[in-house]
Design a protein around this ligand. Structure first.
Ligand code: GLY
Ligand code: MN
Ligand code: MN
Length: 437
């Protein structure tokens, strides 16, 4: 993304925290996996949002209206022998121009330089409580200023309130990026559907998803892919993905790529053999109708909880109609909480740099009002595991789990389904699996 995008974000954050404040945001460190092997590096989303910089160990300081420099970055210095092993670094000299940041220092000089940046500021904003060691360091910098008998911040504010509210509304560039991520993910779901056959393993499909992500320029998944066949679909966070795909079962795939740090999050459920059984058909159709009703309730001035409520009513009515819930009316069923054991999760979360993206769900004790630029998932599910909780449900329904999940952008006049290219109509899935693309 253009470096101006990041400087606009920093400007908006500085306007939000006010002129007598200073904000400190740390980037991620490398994380050891085992032995001397590390996980692939992933920048902290908050830090990336404000810098677009994806090297480890960096720290950003924002001091609104400071005369010399409002934005300062601390980062790893150039070091040819280290770079020969772990890759090229941007370095201190090139950082200001490349990142559009006023000044840069070697991260090793932070204890020396950072106290000067907080001196004279009234309030210090940081993501407190996230990394205890870093919090301690912040207080050591304050103590240093204090010990020099200079004015130091006396008010400590959680930066999440201001920063995460900015992240909830996606800019046009972010919307484009998320559309691209969702397009790649849709292709991956199509690839999984067209390569699925009985006897393969869930892993095979996970491999197809990853191959499609990578082929299209998305190196990583936004979260571990769930490829859950048969009864496994009733386990919300199933990631073993090691079972054989059985003829006659459904397979639920919840997978999304991460494209330049932006997530997609899509679920499709389809028959391993390409043809829905009558019971699978009925539950799938019900879930789809609920999801459509939920998506129809995504628009400006509606509330975050509206899609959930819309889906809940359709699903509950459908479960009554299928004699899975024994009740006279939807209202009675919901009053008695009879739908709860089939609908075990909420229908939506924010989506952005994080798959479960930041931002409040409520405002003044009420579900918050949707605004253009917000992106949320809409993902109703019905789960009927073959366990003792479901004893009174006819056996033909047991062992089936269905979820359908799309990524939905709130627009001025309603919404746009970013993941619309992933097929979800029963007939479209069956014909894709029978005939290919
Ligand atoms: N894939 C995580 C979720 O759907 O929330
Ligand atoms: Mn998901
Ligand atoms: Mn989701």
């Amino acid at each position: 993304m253009d470096k101006l995008e990041y400087s606009h974000r920093r400007d908006r954050l500085m306007a939000a925290i006010g002129p007598n404040s200073v904000a400190i945001v740390a980037g991620a460190k490398e994380l050891r996996r085992n032995g001397d092997t590390h996980f692939p590096f992933r920048q902290e989303s908050d830090f990336f949002y404000l810098t677009g910089f994806a090297e480890p160990n960096a720290v950003l300081v924002l001091a609104p209206c400071a005369e010399k420099a409002e934005a300062t970055i601390f980062l790893n210095p150039k070091d040819p022998s280290a770079e020969q092993w772990t890759g090229i670094r941007l370095g201190v000299d090139a950082a200001p121009e490349r990142l559009g940041i006023d000044q840069a220092f070697d991260v090793a000089s932070m204890d020396e330089e950072l106290p000067k940046l907080i001196e004279g500021r009234r309030a210090l904003h940081a993501l407190f409580g996230f990394d205890g060691d870093f919090d301690q360091r912040i207080f050591s910098w304050i103590n240093k200023v204090k010990s020099q008998r200079r004015p130091h911040p006396g008010e400590f504010v959680n930066l999440a309130q201001s920063l995460h509210e900015l992240r909830v509304i996606k800019s046009p560039l972010e919307q484009d990026q998320m559309q691209r991520a969702a397009d790649i993910t849709a292709k991956a779901h199509i690839r999984a559907m067209t390569s699925c056959e009985p006897g393969k393993s869930e892993w095979n499909l996970e491999g197809e998803l990853l191959a499609e992500f990578m082929t299209n320029g998305a190196r990583f998944s936004a979260y571990p892919s769930i490829v859950a066949s048969g009864e496994n679909a009733c386990i919300m966070h199933y990631i073993e993905n090691d079972a054989t795909l059985n003829d006659g079962d459904l397979v639920l795939i919840d997978a999304g790529c991460e494209l330049d740090h932006y997530a997609s999050d899509v679920t499709r459920t389809f028959p391993v053999n390409g043809k829905f059984s009558p019971e699978q058909h009925d539950l799938y159709q019900l879930c789809l109708e609920a999801q459509k009703a939920a998506i129809a309730s995504v628009s400006p001035d509606r509330r975050f909880s509206d899609p959930h409520e819309a889906a809940r009513r359709v699903l509950t009515q459908g479960l009554i109609d299928l004699d899975i819930i024994d009740c006279e009316s939807v209202d009675d069923a919901i009053e008695a909480g009879k739908e709860k054991k089939f609908l075990v999760h909420r229908c939506s979360h924010w989506l952005g740099l994080d798959v479960h993206d930041v931002g409040m769900f409520e405002d003044n004790g009420k579900s918050r009002v949707l605004e253009p630029g917000m992106v949320l998932t809409v993902e109703p599910g019905i789960y009927i595991p073959s366990n003792e909780q479901m004893q009174e449900v006819a056996s033909k329904w047991r062992g089936i789990g269905v979820r359908i999940e799309d990524d939905v952008l709130v627009t001025e006049d309603g919404n746009r389904v970013l993941s619309a290219k992933a097929p979800k109509e029963l007939g479209d899935i069956e014909s894709l699996m029978a005939n290919g693309l």
